[in-house]
Design a protein around this ligand. Structure first.
Ligand code: HEM
Length: 406
């Protein structure tokens, strides 16, 4: 596809570029910069409202008149039998795509495991996991394979109770399965289906085993909830475990790799993080903002004619919330394209907001708080050893390969 020169592009053309041009997806920030000139929202090529302003995105995330409507979205894409496609069923029937009351019921069952107190208690285990991964880093290697993937996988794997010997195979399986965030592409969905069958069958077997032989892990808690809770059906357990397993590392792997690239591109900022203990909190927020691991959210659809933060949205209009663009909104972030680790303003929108606010936010933050300073201090000469390879697509924004020399 040929695009007009930047000065001639309309907002809709910019959205099309973002959705179709792999180069714009790998580095979307100059496109966002141009999109912000059109205000907080742009009408996309299919009439959807593409929300790029921070305040509008924040309002939309919290507005219950914008429920998720994934079924309609998939049918419109041509998947009339989407519940019979293993990848679509496993992904789109999960917590993140449900509305109340199902969402409320399921979220309540798992929320406790990820609250601030339970997560804080995991710090020694996270520190040990990071130390083990640092011991394995040496010479030239791939940062994703040796650190950004194994650290979060070990943490969520331990929590769920996935045996360590089984974890490596999920790197490709989960990447292929979560390709369904680009469900427009039938080949991607074919590949995702094959991966989803393996993941689903594995988790079904594991849940059955834990039902018979409970242990002190989250899958055992899901199959036998305490306190008189009605519990989950067998399929709900598998879908929940699949979501926690995938969400537990896919995005955190992105944060660790994107964050490392940002730090190595800004050596003065990396040096500050090496030496200033108090900087890690705001620094991780800034890394989450600067190169957002989940760039956009889809499927929220207006249930009625409405106005959110001054923006009219028509009944039935679909929205696409571009978190990565909201995080670079010049009305909210001073010099939004600069990395400033001591920035202390609005929280980044990287974990969403409202009822679907990321369940694992405290856990992801803990992993990053431990990992970045330890990494920089252990390897003062850490450098990129070649260009990284971005994960294809825009939604899950990270790397599949990142050569470094430690
Ligand atoms: C840097 C890492 C992470 C990022 C950027 C991230 C981002 C997000 C975002 C933006 C949402 C909201 C989705 C929406 O509103 O449609 C979300 C939801 C969710 N996240 Fe995360 N996440 C991360 C790590 C984790 C981890 C470690 C877990 C582990 C349990 C997790 C579990 C979930 C779950 C279960 C939901 C669905 C919550 C609901 O719908 O109620 N995430 N995440």
């Amino acid at each position: 596809m040929k695009f007009n020169s930047p000065v001639q592009q309309t907002g809709t053309e910019l959205v099309t570029e973002l959705l179709t041009n792999p180069a714009a997806q790998a580095d979307p920030y100059s496109t966002y910069q141009r999109m912000h000139a059109f205000g907080p929202a742009i009408t996309g090529p299919d009439g959807e409202l593409v929300i790029i302003g921070y305040r509008l995105a924040d309002g939309a995330l919290r507005d219950t008149r914008l429920p998720k409507q994934v079924g309609e979205m998939l049918v419109r894409m041509g998947y009339t039998n989407w519940r019979e496609r293993p990848s679509l069923r496993l992904f789109f029937t999960s917590l993140g795509h449900l509305n109340p009351p199902e969402h409320t019921r399921l979220r309540r069952l798992v929320a406790g495991a990820f609250n601030a107190r339970r997560v804080a208690a995991l710090r020694p285990a996270v520190e040990q996991t990071v130390a083990d991964a640092l011991d394995r880093l040496s010479g030239e290697c791939c940062f994703v394979d040796e650190f950004a993937y194994p650290v979060p996988v070990t943490v969520i794997g331990e929590l769920l109770g996935i045996p360590s010997a089984d974890r490596p195979m999920f790197q490709t399986l989960v990447r292929d399965w979560t390709g369904v965030v680009n469900a427009q592409d039938p080949a991607t969905v074919e590949k995702a289906d094959s991966a989803a069958v393996v993941i689903r069958d594995y988790l079904d077997d594991m849940a059955a085993h834990r039902r018979a032989h409970p242990r002190d892990d989250l899958i055992s808690a899901l199959v036998a909830p305490a306190d008189g809770n009605p519990g989950l059906s067998a399929e709900e357990v598998t879908v929940m475990a699949g979501l926690l397993w995938a969400a537990g590392f896919e995005t955190t792997t992105g944060l660790l790799a994107n964050g490392l690239v940002a730090l190595l591109d800004h050596p003065d900022q990396a040096d500050r993080l090496r030496s200033e203990d108090g900087l890690v909190g705001p620094a991780v927020e800034e890394l989450l903002r600067f190169d957002t691991p989940l760039q956009f959210l889809f499927a929220r659809t207006a249930a009625e004619d409405m106005v959110v933060a001054g923006q009219p949205i028509a009944a039935g209009q679909r929205t696409m919330l571009v978190l990565g663009a909201a995080n670079r909104d010049p009305e909210v972030f001073d010099e939004p394209d600069r990395l400033r680790l001591d920035r202390n303003g609005e929280s980044p929108m990287s974990f969403g907001g409202g009822m679907h606010y990321c369940l694992g936010a405290a856990l992801a933050r803990l992993e990053a708080h431990v990992a970045f300073p330890a990494l920089l201090r252990a390897f003062p000469k850490l450098a990129l050893a070649g260009p990284g390879e971005r994960r294809p697509g825009l939604a899950l924004h990270g790397y599949v390969r990142l050569p470094i020399s430690a």
